[in-house]
Design a binder for this molecule. Structure first.
Ligand code: ZN
Length: 335
């Protein structure tokens, strides 16, 4: 997540599960043959991405590209379709100086990683996007000459891990459980580069979309989802479509409480979708003392909390791709 920026909006809090009725809170049952989302799988992704060997994945560095290639290889392993060559969408970041330690760029390019699961029937022309940025702020050498690596385990190896597990789960679900012959929307998975220097990856995508932005029925952004506390998940931009509270409640298997909070609207990759008037949502487990410090490490992740948020998002996306009555229009939340 970006350190600065954004506009303040209203804050509200409610227990969406209760508001929508307890039946909806039972969630969806997992189908036979689909490997469940596990903490072990999530931690494996986060551990790779937040290892010192990737030097904090700074925009423009080869370490960022190494992380992108890891994600692309996972997309390939899951059987996702590439919509761009090798799943990589490169973009130029050499047009503005990168300000502030610890970021320095060594090459003027970053890249998004994009994979998809095609839909079926008439609904296939509509798209659900699941996004997470995978870069972080890099490293710094202090006045004591000590190298400090900002590993960004929560920001945003956690969201990247969640996005990868959702991609794996949905790909298996569609392939093995099949969803019968039912019509379903297409899904695109986005891992954004260069978020920390100004949302560059998502802004490039929105300026150069692979499918028209009007075809985006829903966008789910996962940025900093690894530090769940008190079962409280912050949900940004739930007011962008009337269906969000209902979908959140229906997918809430673990009894999470939702804090509806829009003050981070300009600080992550949902922002350009929001500006385009698309139903976009940001899932976030909140700021903490290790935010943008060298101490944001894997051992501080709440693994079970990360699993719960990932499960919630996966079930919600499954609902979003199959729902017949999805109204993408703007509207007030229906409680
Ligand atoms: Zn950040």
């Amino acid at each position: 997540m970006l350190r600065n920026g954004g506009t303040g909006m209203k804050t509200s809090r409610l227990l969406v599960c209760l508001a929508a009725g307890l039946i909806a809170c039972d969630g969806l049952s997992g189908p036979e043959g689909v490997t469940p989302i596990t903490g072990d799988a999530l931690v494996a992704h986060a551990t790779y991405l937040a290892d010192d060997s990737l030097y904090g994945r700074p925009a423009g560095w080869l370490d960022e590209l190494t992380a992108a290639e890891y994600i692309a290889n996972e997309f390939r392993r899951f059987g996702l379709e590439p919509l761009v060559p090798e799943f990589l969408q490169p973009f130029w970041i050499g047009d503005q100086p990168v300000a502030g330690a610890p970021i320095r760029q060594t090459r003027p390019w970053s890249q998004n990683v994009i994979g998809s699961i095609p839909g079926r029937g008439a609904l296939a022309q509509e798209w659900v996007i699941v996004g997470a940025h995978y870069d972080h702020v890099g490293w710094a050498v202090g006045p004591d000459s000590v190298l400090r690596i900002f590993n960004g385990a929560d920001d945003n190896a956690s969201g990247t891990a969640a996005m990868l597990e959702i991609a794996r789960y949905l790909a298996e679900y569609v392939a093995r459980a099949g969803l019968g012959g039912a019509e379903r929307r297409s899904v695109m998975f986005h891992a954004y580069g260069a978020e920390e220097i100004g949302l560059r990856g998502s802004e490039f995508y929105c300026a150069n979309p692979i499918v028209p932005l009007e075809a985006v029925a829903a966008m789910v952004n996962l940025d900093m989802v690894g530090r769940l506390r008190d079962d409280l998940l912050t949900v940004g931009l739930s007011t962008t479509a009337s269906f969000w509270p209902v979908k959140l409640a229906a997918a809430n298997r673990d009894g999470l409480t939702f804090a509806l909070e829009d003050k981070f609207v300009g600080r992550s990759d949902h922002y350009c979708f929001y500006r385009a008037g698309r139903p976009a949502i940001h899932l976030f487990t909140g700021l903490h003392p290790e935010y943008h410090t060298p101490s944001d490490d894997v051992h501080l992740l709440n693994v079970e909390g990360l699993r719960q948020v990932t499960e919630l998002a996966a079930q919600m996306v499954l609902d979003l791709i199959t729902a017949r009555d999805l109204n993408p229009g703007l509207g007030a939340p229906q409680h």
